[in-house]
Design a protein around this ligand. Structure first.
Ligand SMILES: [Mn+2]
Length: 349
């Protein structure tokens, strides 16, 4: 595999450096790629007889590394394997974190941090699960996780890369790029991704279910979340405000489950030239609202738009990718946020 930063050997020598007295922790992202990465890492470490003391799932963002470091210190952790975590999301916190623990990070999120040590940074289209799988097969058998790896590759859009798609095709000959979600791993992606939404904050539970090969038990939760997705999609279509000058659909609504991303993906696929913004309350902090944005055309930079949206707002953060991005701001500033967005989009024309 090709890496933007780091070499395969770096990972294996880090693995070698873990001694009998070390206590290891796994830290990974909360989505399917993150949970799969953690599972593969678990298998690799176990095959080397490494003592895994702690498995954690985090949503990267401001303050996450400091919080994590408190927890891992209490657990006497010395080595930390991080995956699918963007260090750029809180660079100062990350600096403090890596000064306290011996860490190795495997990630594929674009970053400007310049951080290069104990890191494998793959191109954005090579999701972390696929990277860890390719490393892992050199030291242990991971055959039984192939379908899960393919599901993660679909969830993270890695399959759009021709070479990556070949891996899926070799294992699931019926899969096609055009109809990927109806393939076996595509269906598995849906089941687990929806269950992760249902069990928000309880990724460890899904991790254990996957480890025990009891994925079937997740089907019913998929059904519940799928229903909420369709209902929310209908509400968006019916009630969203449309601003013709800005080519923007804007909607504020609190769905029962966190389905905003899925709903936006469906809508923006239908109308790639429009900008869609879906705002809602932040579930665990009543002072805040959040907004997700999509524009599939690539002509309007969502990363920039969200940064403009939060301009001048206190305690706000925002940014992401060109086609998909998000922001968080104080609820009292909602009108100001919307005004900034409309101004930015009208000037952009
Ligand atoms: Mn990922």
């Amino acid at each position: 595999m090709k890496f933007i930063f780091g070499k395969e050997e770096d990972f294996f020598s880090f693995l070698e450096s873990v001694g009998k007295k070390d206590k290891a922790a796994i830290v990974s992202h909360t989505d399917l790629d993150g949970v799969t990465s953690a599972l593969l890492m678990h298998e690799i470490l176990k095959s080397r007889g490494i003592d895994i003391q702690s498995i954690n799932f985090v949503n990267y963002g401001m303050g996450v590394f400091d919080e994590l470091s408190c927890k891992l210190k209490k657990e006497n952790i010395s080595k930390v394997f991080l995956s699918d975590i963007n260090e750029d999301s809180d660079l100062e916190g990350f600096e403090r974190f890596r000064n306290q623990f011996d860490i190795f990070l495997i990630d594929h999120h674009p970053s400007e941090s310049g951080y290069k040590n104990h890191l494998l940074k793959s191109p954005s289209h090579d999701c972390s699960s696929f990277v860890i799988y390719n490393l892992g097969v050199k030291v242990t058998s991971l055959d039984k996780w192939k379908k899960l790896v393919c599901a993660a590759m679909i969830a993270d859009f890695s399959y759009t890369d021709d070479e990556n798609f070949r891996f899926i095709k070799n294992n699931f000959p019926d899969a096609s790029k055009e109809d990927i979600y109806n393939s076996d791993p595509g269906q598995l992606d849906k089941t687990i991704s929806y269950a992760l939404i249902y069990f928000r904050g309880e990724q460890r539970r899904i991790f254990d279910i996957l480890l025990e090969h009891k994925t079937d038990t997740l089907e019913k939760y998929r059904g519940i979340v799928e229903k909420d997705t369709l209902a929310t999609l209908g509400k968006f279509r019916q009630n969203a405000e449309f601003y013709p000058d800005a080519n923007l659909y804007f909607y504020y609504y609190n769905p029962r489950y966190s389905v905003t991303s899925i709903v936006l993906n469906i809508l923006s696929k239908e109308k790639p030239d429009n900008t869609f913004i879906f705002a809602s309350d932040v579930m665990d902090d009543a002072r805040f609202s959040k907004a997700s944005s999509r524009n599939q055309s690539g002509n309007i930079d969502m990363n920039l738009l969200m940064r403009k949206g939060i301009h001048g707002l206190e305690n706000a953060s925002g940014g992401g990718h060109v086609k998909a991005s998000a922001a968080k701001f104080m609820k009292k500033d909602f009108e100001k946020f919307k005004e900034n967005i409309l101004k930015a989009l009208t000037y952009a024309k």
